[in-house]
Design a protein around this ligand. Structure first.
Ligand SMILES: *[C@@H]1O[C@H](CO)[C@@H](O)[C@H](O)[C@H]1NC(C)=O
Ligand SMILES: *[C@@H]1O[C@H](CO)[C@@H](O)[C@H](O)[C@H]1NC(C)=O
Ligand SMILES: *[C@@H]1O[C@H](CO)[C@@H](O)[C@H](O)[C@H]1NC(C)=O
Ligand SMILES: *[C@@H]1O[C@H](CO)[C@@H](O)[C@H](O)[C@H]1NC(C)=O
Ligand SMILES: *[C@@H]1O[C@H](CO)[C@@H](O)[C@H](O)[C@H]1NC(C)=O
Ligand SMILES: *[C@@H]1O[C@H](CO)[C@@H](O)[C@H](O)[C@H]1NC(C)=O
Length: 770
């Protein structure tokens, strides 16, 4: 991670040159939360995989979840509660046919649910790959049961054959729009409307050229339109560029759109779209030779604003596997719309016998404009439907569906660029923060099952947090947001997860709450908690743009903890960094601690090795976090360290090296444990036999030790002999004896005897306390 930081900065510098000096860390999530059961409500059914289709039924308080050979109805408020389910498995005969066609029985010859939409009669339309023979059906939910009607509708062109192929679909006014391949081989891609009159794209490489479909959405452009325009359906995909002058294949990102009222042409383009127009979409990530490829989009519309102000947020990843950057770009719908409505077309020009060059078309454009929806101007010319369009217009669009101009993102640069696990899915939610401004928060799923929460504050990229949703790092395959519950739903091959927009309670101090710059969270002075904005009527402390923590009241002082250590012993003082944008430092009795061979500054604490009397003191761990508003220091931990008098022990000889790395600590523990048990017995035996006077009175303990002794008698003799023959200074034995005694001591719990605290065990204790 830290090694990557400089690289990250290099990449971001040109993009973010307007940022303040604190930009270097911007691509690191401020906080990263490892997987924990409490991070999210999870749903997973034993033996069922590929939870990658979702349908929100807020009217029924349900989340419909499509998986492999099953559909689940889950409680929208808590998806770990399964309310109903229905299986949809392929028959043995279908399996055999699929296998005979050369497909894999265990993976491809299964039924992957791919389409789940609500119909106008409140039923649901479901399609599955059905062992490479796609099929659709109606499904209803009533009396707590999910039922498939077994209609057995043909799913060709609606649902992919191949479960690994990407596809897109949308249901608009009971009409199903899909983008997928219509044949078994996957070689005939279509954008299709299945009803009322089935309309699709031409099979021409200038229309769709080895596309990878990403997403689809509708835009109510006909609503109260002065020009009498029609509503549109947008499709996002990537494809091999036909217009590329290059020898190698180059993939580009595209947006295409069709008009809802399109019925196809009369003679030319019969039952084909007359309004299919497409344009290249750019997301310029600097220093990248090849264009980035679109992976997912999210339509963001402010309910109080016109469709023209809607935005498309899109995720892009590089064409080559060599780079691990991902980016988010945002586009104005009005910019896209303008290119289609007014832009120039590209046209193919034959250069050599077999080579075609695509150039800007500068000749006359027929009227009505090719690809335009039927509007008032067309109606005036007696063209009331696409069937009335003249051949000249239709022939033009059939040959030239590609626009000359590419669509550029807002600001001509990405909103977010990050190195690391590739982005897979995005949703965007708007929140009005305490400052009254509205912020758009991006929730981004990654290939490693994490979800990033990021905001672009006036050009500054800021990743608030990263949460690991699943125990296994599976890619997020779907993300949905319910406005009703305010929850985000994510699906992966392994399961589904539900998380709230914010978990403000993770910030325990005002400073952390403010520096998190999460627009959903603010510090409530009265209850002294970081709370969700809408849950608190009071004025909250928040500073999302600047991270100004000076607004915070004085923090509660950290309670000092006592730690004691043997001379020559080792001790670890824990101090986990509160954020990835902060740096921790230590001071002893008010002056900074310098790292040395005996004082090691670790990422999560300070290690004192081979202690001496001079190590006594008050140790404070401070974290310093830089925000735009300033530099904030907080005390994270406070320890009073005392070194036990030199005479009370001759040091601990356990090699400090072994303690430094995690795995060997366990091994060490085991060895120490063994030694302790043996030596306990040995000591007890000695006491029992009267070789040694009892150092303190512990009759209860003695009984226990006796039992132990009898149990371990056999093995003891050998140790006893060894102890007798070994000189007292012998390192391993001395250390062993120390440990034995310490265990005796701690075993007595609240003892008021001499302060004996054993370095090695102390260290282990500290490790386990979190
Ligand atoms: C900082 O980032 C690392 C790596 O992503 C992560 O393991 C760690 O938990 C993060 N620290 C905090 C405080 O979030
Ligand atoms: C379905 O899930 C399994 C198990 O995680 C995975 O190996 C497989 O690639 C997934 N199949 C598809 C089509 O996503
Ligand atoms: C439109 O059609 C009507 C009758 O069908 C005809 O009277 C009128 O002249 C036509 N207008 C044009 C511009 O063709
Ligand atoms: C979401 O719900 C809130 C009320 O809960 C409503 O004010 C808002 O308009 C809704 N937003 C959308 C996009 O439906
Ligand atoms: C730490 O030790 C001091 C005296 O040395 C004592 O007053 C204080 O209560 C102890 N604190 C804790 C938390 O045990
Ligand atoms: C610990 O420090 C003492 C001097 O205080 C030194 O003699 C001894 O070699 C050191 N032990 C280790 C293991 O570094």
């Amino acid at each position: 991670m830290h090694l990557l930081l400089p690289l990250c900065v290099l990449w971001l510098l040109p993009l973010a040159w307007t940022l303040e000096e604190d930009s270097p860390l911007d691509c690191v999530p401020r906080r990263s939360f490892p997987y924990h059961r409490d991070n999210a409500h999870l749903f997973h059914e034993e033996g069922v995989f590929n939870y990658s289709t979702m349908l929100l039924r807020e009217d029924l308080d349900l989340l419909l979840l499509g998986a492999r050979e099953a559909v689940y109805a889950l409680d929208l408020k808590d998806i770990s509660k399964k309310l109903a389910s229905v299986k949809w498995e392929v028959t043995q005969q279908q399996k055999n046919e699929c296998k005979n066609k050369g497909k894999d029985l265990e993976t491809e010859c299964k039924n992957y649910i791919r389409i789940l939409h609500q119909t106008e009669d409140n039923r649901m339309y479901v399609c599955g790959t059905n062992a490479f023979d796609p099929e659709c059906d109606y499904m209803s939910y009533a009396n707590g049961k999910l039922t498939l009607e077994k209609k057995g509708e043909d799913g060709k062109g609606k649902c992919p054959f191949d479960p690994f192929h990407r596809y897109a679909s949308i249901m608009v006014e009971n009409n199903l729009y899909t983008a997928t391949s219509i044949n078994f081989l996957g070689s005939e891609p279509v954008l299709m409307r299945s009803s009322p009159i089935s309309i699709r794209t031409e099979f021409k490489s200038s229309w769709l050229n080895e596309p990878n479909f990403v997403s689809m959405t509708q835009m109510p452009e006909g609503y109260m339109s002065e020009e009498g325009d029609d509503d549109k359906v947008y499709l996002f995909f990537s494809e091999t560029a036909v217009e590329c002058d290059c020898y190698n294949k180059m993939v580009v990102s595209r947006v295409a759109r069709v008009c809802k009222g399109d019925l196809g042409g009369q003679r030319t383009l019969q039952k084909k779209w007359t309004s299919f127009l497409k344009a290249r979409m750019d997301c310029p990530v600097l220093e990248s030779q090849l264009p980035y490829i679109i992976q997912d989009t999210y339509r963001f519309c402010d309910p109080q604003q016109d469709w023209r102000d809607c935005l498309f947020y899109a995720i892009f990843t590089p064409q080559s596997d060599k780079s691990d950057l991902s980016a988010v770009c945002a586009y104005r719908v009005s910019d896209i719309s303008r290119v289609f409505a007014e832009g120039k077309y590209k046209t193919p020009v034959p250069v050599e016998t077999s080579f075609v060059k695509w150039v800007m078309y500068s000749g006359d454009v027929p009227v009505p404009r090719p690809g335009a929806c039927i509007d008032n101007a067309a109606r005036k010319a007696n063209i009331t439907k696409t069937l009335d369009l003249p051949d000249r217009t239709l022939q033009f669009i059939k040959d030239r569906p590609l626009m000359d101009q590419a669509i550029q993102p807002i600001g001509n640069k990405p909103l977010l660029v990050r190195r690391g696990a590739r982005f897979t899915r995005i949703i965007v939610n708007q929140v009005q923060a305490a400052d009254g401004e509205k912020y758009r928060v991006m929730f981004i799923g990654t290939e490693e099952g994490t979800m990033l929460k990021a905001v672009n504050y006036d050009g500054e990229m800021f990743i608030i947090e990263e949460v690991h949703l699943f125990q296994t790092p599976e890619p997020i395959k779907i993300l949905t947001f319910s406005n009703l519950t305010g929850q985000i739903y994510a699906g992966s091959d392994y399961g589904a997860a539900q998380i709230p927009l914010a978990t403000c309670g993770r910030s325990l101090s005002c400073m952390d709450c403010v520096l998190a710059r999460d627009p959903y969270c603010g510090w409530d002075k009265d209850v002294r908690k970081c709370v969700f904005l809408s849950n608190s009527p009071r004025g909250l402390i928040q500073s999302v743009k600047k991270g100004d923590a000076s607004l915070c009241p004085e923090a509660d002082p950290v309670k000092p903890m006592n730690r004691s250590i043997w001379p020559r012993g080792n001790l670890k003082l824990r101090c986990p960094s509160p954020s990835n944008l902060s740096k921790t430092s230590w001071e002893r009795d008010g002056s900074p601690v310098m790292a040395s061979t005996r004082l090691q500054l670790l990422q999560d604490g300070l290690l004192i090795l081979n202690a001496t009397d001079s190590d006594t003191g008050r140790y404070r761990c401070l974290s310093v976090e830089l925000s735009k508003a300033g530099r904030y220091t907080a005390t994270v931990a406070d320890y009073q360290v005392s070194v036990a008098p030199a005479g009370s022990g001759d040091g601990s000889g356990i090699l400090p090296k072994a303690r430094m790395d995690g795995p060997s600590v366990a091994g060490l523990q085991a060895i120490v444990g063994l030694l302790v048990v043996s030596l306990l017995g040995l000591l007890a035996w000695n006491f029992y036999k009267g070789h040694l006077p009892l150092p303190w009175n512990c009759t209860k303990k003695k009984n226990e030790e006796q039992t132990q002794e009898t149990r371990e008698q056999g093995g003891l003799d050998a140790y006893q002999d060894a102890a007798r023959s070994a000189p007292a200074e012998d390192k391993p034995l001395v250390s062993g004896a120390n440990n034995g005694r310490s265990n005796n001591h701690t075993g007595r719990e609240e003892s008021d005897g001499p302060k004996v605290s054993l370095p090695s065990l102390q260290y282990i204790d500290d490790e386990s306390e979190v």
